[in-house]
Design a protein. Structure first.
Length: 344
């Protein structure tokens, strides 16, 4: 029978579960039950094992646990633009829920590239990730076959209108675009520009169509033109300001596909001597933290990124805990946040 623990012992490198058991004065099985949570361990034994782990700096081998349970304690998150603070906030929400379950977040940036996305999906399937949350913003649904073939729980963020048999967190992007356009129409603007960018075709197009619907509903004869940034860098977004200033007739308001585009345009206009909103009203989308802290606080359409992340993670763990349960969908409704960039 195991004896009482002697904590003065200094254990050498390459500590094993046997060293922990010997130091704690318990059996190998008891330590295994504690680590894997497979059986109840008495409070006294738990305290001794935890003390032994602290002393020896023992690190459980998760690879072994994966081989036994066919699943790692990880959550994959695939986003199209990790440089966008909106997705950073989503990741923070996912990570907080995952951490509360003892899981680690694997954060992957697809950069809006379908081949890169497919490579990540394959890699995550091979490592038997515990679950995947993927942001679907492109016009085609993601191919999740590799993950589905190994039984990985999946939650899709976005993908409105796509036929996918997964739990989802969705948004009414059409309504968001409509709210933005209604706002500038109510302020008297009739020459309006929509500034989009590469990637996220599904999302950007829905917002653009929502803006067009608002014009039709308003019946004021307003005109909406569209330009798109050539890339996602700050320089490429800022170049839109030059295009806007060269337009004839010149727009009096700009609706932007996201806040990063809006902030880049505002900063460039101010550097060239323009006044926002007096020369040009600007409306963003997402309500990232920088929208509030910008030189000219940004009017925008708010999406609660952190809550989106926590909701997606909770749906994922629901699927992991009850694989046979029906899929669920949580929908977030956008709201207008009016600030100085549009208010005269």
């Amino acid at each position: 029978m195991p004896g009482r623990p002697t904590y003065g012992v200094v254990v050498a490198k390459n500590v094993t579960i046997k060293d922990v058991a010997a130091l704690a004065g318990v059996s190998l099985g008891t330590v295994s039950n504690y680590i894997n949570g497979t059986r109840t361990v008495s409070p006294d034994a738990r305290a001794r094992i935890e003390r032994a782990i602290d002393v020896t700096r023992f690190v459980p081998n998760r690879a072994v646990r994966t081989l036994r349970g066919n699943r790692t304690h990880t959550v994959g998150l695939l986003v199209p633009d990790a440089g966008n603070p909106f997705f950073t906030e989503i990741a923070r929400g996912v990570e907080d829920v995952a951490r509360s379950r003892g899981d680690v977040l694997v954060y992957c940036d697809t950069a809006g590239d379908s081949e890169r996305q497919a490579l990540y999906i394959r890699s995550l399937a091979e490592m038997r990730v515990g679950g995947l949350i993927i942001s679907a913003t492109a016009s085609m649904p993601p191919d999740l076959g590799d993950l589905e073939s190994v039984g990985t729980p999946i939650v899709v963020v976005g993908g409105e209108g796509m036929a996918m048999s997964t739990s989802r967190v969705t948004f009414d992007h059409h309504l968001g675009g409509k709210l933005a356009m209604q706002h500038v129409l109510e302020l008297g603007h009739r020459q309006v520009l929509f500034a989009g960018g590469p990637g996220g075709e599904l999302v950007i197009q829905a917002r653009y169509q929502g803006a067009l619907a608002a014009i039709e509903q308003h019946g004021s004869g307003a005109v909406l033109h569209r330009v798109d940034a050539t890339g996602r860098s700050p320089r490429e977004r800022s170049e839109l300001a030059g295009e806007i200033m060269a337009l004839s007739p010149r727009p009096t308001a700009v609706l932007c596909g996201n806040d990063l585009i809006a902030i880049a345009i505002v900063n460039t206009l101010i550097r060239t001597g323009w006044s926002v909103p007096h020369d040009l009203a600007i409306v963003g989308y997402d309500d990232i933290t920088d929208a509030q802290l910008a030189v000219v606080p940004l009017t925008t359409i708010r999406q609660p990124a952190y809550e989106i992340g926590t909701s997606a993670a909770e749906l994922l763990f629901e699927r992991a805990d009850s694989p046979g349960a029906p899929h669920r969908e949580i929908t977030f409704t956008p709201e207008l946040v009016a600030r100085d960039s549009s208010q005269p």
